[in-house]
Design a protein around this ligand. Structure first.
Ligand code: 8Y7
Length: 282
């Protein structure tokens, strides 16, 4: 399968890697490492982007709003100031699809004009005007499920049947997009691991990830360094790479088309070994 991302093709015949570039000073996993004197260091961010592309990332995801549990909201201006200069430079200088992690319609439109190739919305275009802005951008969109908002989502996640509810939510969002003229060929779906989910909810979603294939759209997953690993294994954020790779492989085996990760090279090695096994001719 191929997805058209502005002027670039994204090949999803084998799972693609989406590298995370965080422009927020308070990201839980790599917060502030691209900051100097409390300002985003564009050259450092571009260097990080370049090394991820060299390591084999097909997509880079750039976000300016921290969506970690309990994070404070940011203004649209702040989000734009963090994200747009980097979108412009990366898309001009590197051969990679630039995904913009935002729920703000204003940033969706501005990012498309600045060279972005994909929209990644953890709120699945539910903000007022977001479906219309995303439609007009012409870009593919990842629709992610979240229960609640970052400020409160981990307080008491509850579901009757988590897998069915998340699949139904995504199906409804796909229908809402289609009714505003967004073709299915522009849509991707994501169960939203860790977004209003307990460890058990996350494990059920992973075990049943193949159920999301019924939606008929590429599946994106973000499991890298997430707190479920800390809860299951007692590992601090920077001790979560082995488990993140295990989760990425389990997701690939169950049909994930895009793996969102902080650690591009080791994740891609694991995927390539898995692909070699899948494609063997013996
Ligand atoms: C995800 C995501 C984050 C995810 C998609 C983190 C922005 C938290 N997680 N987007 N964003 N899927 N589509 O741990 O799982 O990186 S932020």
């Amino acid at each position: 399968m191929r997805v058209q991302c502005a002027d670039r093709h994204l090949d999803l015949s084998t799972p693609a890697i989406m590298g995370v570039i965080n422009t927020t000073p308070d990201s839980f996993s790599d917060g502030g490492t691209l900051y100097r004197n409390q300002r985003l260091d564009l050259d450092a961010a571009l260097a990080r982007a370049r090394s991820m592309v060299d390591e084999g990332a097909a997509i880079l995801d750039i976000g300016g709003e921290s969506t970690r549990p309990g994070a404070a909201p940011v203004s649209l201006q702040q989000e734009m100031d963090r994200v747009l200069p980097l979108v412009e430079r990366i898309s001009a200088e590197l051969d990679v699809v630039v995904s913009v992690d935002t729920s703000s319609p204003g940033l969706m439109s501005a990012a498309a004009a600045a060279g972005a190739g994909m929209i990644n919305d953890v709120r699945a275009l539910q903000r007022a005007g977001a479906v219309q802005a995303a439609a007009a951008s012409g870009l593919p969109i990842c629709l992610m499920h979240m229960q609640g908002e970052p400020g409160d989502m981990q307080q008491s996640p509850h579901y009757g049947h988590v897998v069915d509810e998340v699949v139904d939510f995504l199906a409804a969002r796909v229908a809402a997009c289609e009714s505003e003229g967004i073709e299915r060929s522009r849509l991707l779906v994501d169960p939203g691991f860790g977004f209003g989910k307990t460890v058990d909810h996350n494990l059920q979603l992973l075990a049943q990830l193949a159920n999301f294939s019924a939606l008929g759209l590429p599946i994106l997953v973000g499991l890298s360094r997430k707190s479920m690993i800390g809860k299951l294994l007692g590992r601090a954020v920077h001790e979560r790479l082995p488990a993140s790779i295990a989760l990425a492989l389990l997701a690939a085996e169950r049909g994930a088309a895009i793996i969102r990760t902080h650690d591009v090279a080791p994740t891609l090695d694991a995927i390539r070994i898995w692909r070699a096994m899948e494609q063997r001719d013996c």
